[in-house]
Design a protein around this ligand. Structure first.
Ligand SMILES: *Cc1c(COP(=O)(O)O)cnc(C)c1O
Length: 345
C-alpha cells in the first residue's frame, strides 16, 4: 500500500541534488570557523534575509533557544502568543536555558498585534519582572499556517523598538510566508531583530536551521551554540544540502500551497468536518472532525489504515502538512481516501 505522509513537512527526504552536493562538499572544522561550505551558507542566509550575519544550527529549537538567550537577561519575561512553538514544543527552553518566563497572549490565529503586546509590556518595578523580548511566529504552525499581515508585524516591531524591546521571529516556515505573500524574505524580516528559519522542513534539507541577525549577536550566539552541543565539525556536509534548500527549493513552495488548498476544498465538502478553505494560505491545514463523531486520534488512526498519515492535534483537531515528498498525485490519493473513510463512518 502506498503511504502518503502528511504529518509534517519535516518528513521530507533530501533530493538527489542534495545528496550529490553533500558527497562533494568542501569541508573543514566549523568550530574553528574553517568549514567553507558552512561559511557560504551562513553568508547567503544573512544576505537573503538582509541581516549582517548567520549561524547554522542543527535544529530550529536550538536556533530559537539561542535567540531567546541572546536578547534577554535571567528573570525577564518573553511576550509570545499562547500557542507559540517556543512555549509549547520546545521543552521550556526559555526557562531552562534563558531563565525567562513567558507572558503568553491568547489569539484566534496565532498572530499578535501591537495593542495587545503593548498591554502586556512590563517595565521593571518593585513587583514586576521586566519584559525582555517580543516573539512572533510567522507562519504560525498551530494557527494553521497563518501569515502576519506585513503592516501588523511591522507595527509590532516599531512599537517594541520604541520601548527598547527587541523582536525575534520564529520563521521556521518563513519561505512559505514569502511564497504565499509574494514578499521577499528580506522584506518580511526587515524590522525584526533576529530570525530563525528551518532548512529541514518544506525546503527539504535533511538537517539544519539558520539564525540570522546583527553580527554582534550572532558572534555571541556561537558560544551558546557550543554550550548546547551544536558545535559541529565537518558540518559542511549538511550545509551543502542547506545551500540547495535555500537557493532552489523556495521556488516550488507554491505547489505545496496549492495542494493544501485542494485538500481543504475536499475536506470542506465532507459532512462533519469543519474547515474554512479560504484561511488555508500556506502548507498547513487544521480541521475539526467533531461533527463526524470521531476523535482526532480515531480519525488519524482510520486514515492510517488507508495509508494516509496525519497528526491528531487536539481532541478533535487534525493537522495536515503538505510538502514536496507528497506531490499532487499523492495529495489526490489522500483526498480520495478521506472521502472514502468519512463515507464509511
Ligand atoms: C519545526 C518548528 C520549529 C523548530 O523545530 P526543530 O524540529 O527543532 O527544527 C520551530 N518553530 C516552529 C513554528 C516549527 O514549526
Amino acid at each position: 500500500m502506498p503511504i502518503v505522509d502528511l504529518r509534517s513537512d519535516t518528513v521530507t527526504r533530501p533530493t538527489p541534488e542534495m545528496r550529490e552536493a553533500m558527497a562533494a562538499a568542501e569541508v573543514g572544522d566549523d568550530v574553528y570557523g574553517e568549514d567553507p561550505t558552512i561559511n557560504r551558507l551562513e553568508e547567503r542566509a544573512a544576505e537573503i534575509l538582509g541581516k549582517e550575519a548567520g549561524l547554522f544550527v542543527p535544529t530550529g529549537v536550538m536556533g530559537n533557544t539561542i535567540a531567546l538567550k541572546l536578547h534577554t537577561e535571567h528573570g525577564q519575561e518573553i511576550i509570545c502568543d499562547s500557542r507559540s512553538h517556543i512555549l509549547n514544543y520546545e521543552l521550556s527552553m526559555m526557562a531552562w536555558f534563558a531563565g525567562c518566563v513567558p507572558r503568553a497572549i491568547p489569539t484566534a490565529d496565532g498572530l499578535l498585534d501591537w495593542d495587545r503586546v503593548k498591554a502586556e509590556y512590563r517595565p521593571s518595578g518593585p513587583h514586576w519582572a521586566s519584559t525582555g523580548l517580543v516573539e512572533v511566529e510567522n507562519t504560525h504552525n498551530v494557527g494553521g499556517g497563518t501569515i502576519y499581515p506585513q503592516s501588523q508585524l511591522d507595527a509590532i516591531c516599531d512599537g517594541a523598538h520604541s520601548l527598547g524591546l527587541p523582536v525575534h521571529m520564529d520563521g521556521a516556515r518563513l519561505f512559505n510566508c514569502a511564497a504565499a505573500t509574494g514578499l521577499s524574505p528580506r522584506d518580511i524580516a526587515a524590522k525584526v531583530d533576529t530570525v530563525m528559519f528551518c532548512l529541514s522542513k518544506g525546503l527539504g534539507a535533511p538537517v539544519g536551521s539558520m539564525l540570522v541577525g546583527p553580527r554582534k549577536l550572532i558572534d555571541r550566539g556561537r558560544t551558546y551554540r557550543k554550550r548546547l552541543g551544536g558545535g559541529m565539525r565537518q558540518a559542511g556536509i549538511l550545509a551543502a544540502a542547506g545551500l540547495i534548500a535555500l537557493e532552489q527549493m523556495p521556488a516550488r513552495l507554491p505547489q505545496d500551497h496549492a495542494n493544501a488548498r485542494m485538500l481543504a476544498d475536499v475536506l470542506a465538502a465532507l459532512p462533519g468536518i469543519a474547515i474554512d478553505p479560504t484561511r488555508v494560505r500556506t502548507n498547513i491545514l487544521i480541521f475539526d472532525v467533531a461533527g463526524t463523531g470521531l476523535t482526532a486520534p480515531d480519525f488519524a488512526a482510520r486514515m492510517k489504515q488507508r495509508g494516509v498519515l496525519m497528526s491528531a492535534f487536539g481532541p478533535t483537531l487534525v493537522r495536515i502538512v503538505t510538502h514536496y515528498d507528497a506531490p499532487l498525485e499523492a495529495c489526490r490519493l489522500a483526498a480520495d481516501k478521506m472521502k472514502e473513510m468519512v463515507k464509511a463512518i
